[in-house]
Design a protein around this ligand. Structure first.
Ligand code: MF3
Ligand code: CO
Length: 263
């Protein structure tokens, strides 16, 4: 059963997601060569707690930190620690916050210093794929249309979409039904209805789509150690355009989605 949220619940989900967005803005601005992933995590946890929320990821299936910081070859679930960000890397920042029992979840990938053209294109393509997925998420469509929209955008850019991890419904639990693959599984999936809340999160690799999980049990890296990007928004399905709960005027991903959407 996919929950249909009331407008009151959607209000709380928006508050949770706006706390997430504030943390993402703060952390994105801190990304620079020499900064450790633990420093980013500490700042993210502080934003969450000062807003009266709790970090959704901390303790989730034993996850040890408040945020996931995934640099370059790390796809997702990078555990913050003593890794120092280097000039030329791209860094995925993934934050979850629980406010009055409702979860927010979003992620952004940003450049650390000067990044090469491949990494810039990878970030742009992933951001664009998320925008396409969100545009396809409307009441009356089947979920597979979201998956296909993401997959086609990634394919058009010549990169590979990760299949080992998926997006998800979100609400009173961080991960709820449905699973949201970033590729066509061959099943049309559920019919989307107004009030469903979805976390859409493409993970896109420059090289192979194959994933290795490190011995810490969390850190997911590309099998060829080439870079990977990750963007995520939590959205409400509506009759028309989706409502982006984790969006904010201060948080312009801006990796060329508009340009790409016109293609
Ligand atoms: N945004 C990610 C997800 O939805 C982050 C989860 S990290 C975890 O899977 F620790 F909470 F698992
Ligand atoms: Co998520």
């Amino acid at each position: 059963m996919i929950a249909i949220r009331t407008e009151h619940e959607i209000g709380l989900l928006r508050e949770a997601n706006q706390i997430v967005a504030e943390a993402l803005v703060t952390l994105a601005a801190m990304v620079a060569p020499g900064v450790t992933t633990a420093e980013l995590d500490a700042a993210g946890e502080e934003v969450i707690r000062k807003a009266g929320a709790t970090p959704s990821f901390l303790g989730y299936h034993g996850y040890p930190r408040a945020t996931c910081i995934s640099a370059d070859e790390v796809i997702v679930h990078g555990i913050p620690g003593n890794r120092r960000l280097k000039d030329g890397e791209i860094v995925s920042i993934d934050v979850g916050a629980c406010f009055e029992g409702y979860h927010g979840d979003a992620a952004v990938t940003v450049a650390c210093g000067d990044v090469d053209e491949t990494r810039q294109r990878l970030m742009a393509a992933t951001d664009c794929a998320l925008a396409r997925g969100i545009a396809a998420a409307r009441a009356g469509s089947y979920l597979v249309e979201v998956s296909r929209a993401v997959q086609q955008a990634v394919k058009a850019a010549g990169f590979s979409v990760v299949r080992a991890f998926v997006g998800h419904g979100i609400g009173t639990e961080l991960h709820e039904e449905p699973q949201i693959p970033n590729f066509d599984t061959g099943s049309r999936g559920p019919l989307l209805k107004p009030g469903m809340v979805l976390a859409i999160e493409p993970m896109v690799n420059a090289g192979t789509s194959k994933v290795n999980v490190l011995r810490d049990g969390w850190t997911a890296v590309t099998a060829d150690r080439k870079p990977s990007a990750h963007f995520e928004h939590s959205i409400v399905v509506r009759d028309g355009e989706a409502d982006i709960l984790s969006g904010t005027p201060r948080l312009v991903w801006g990796h060329g989605s508009e340009r790409s959407l016109r293609n």
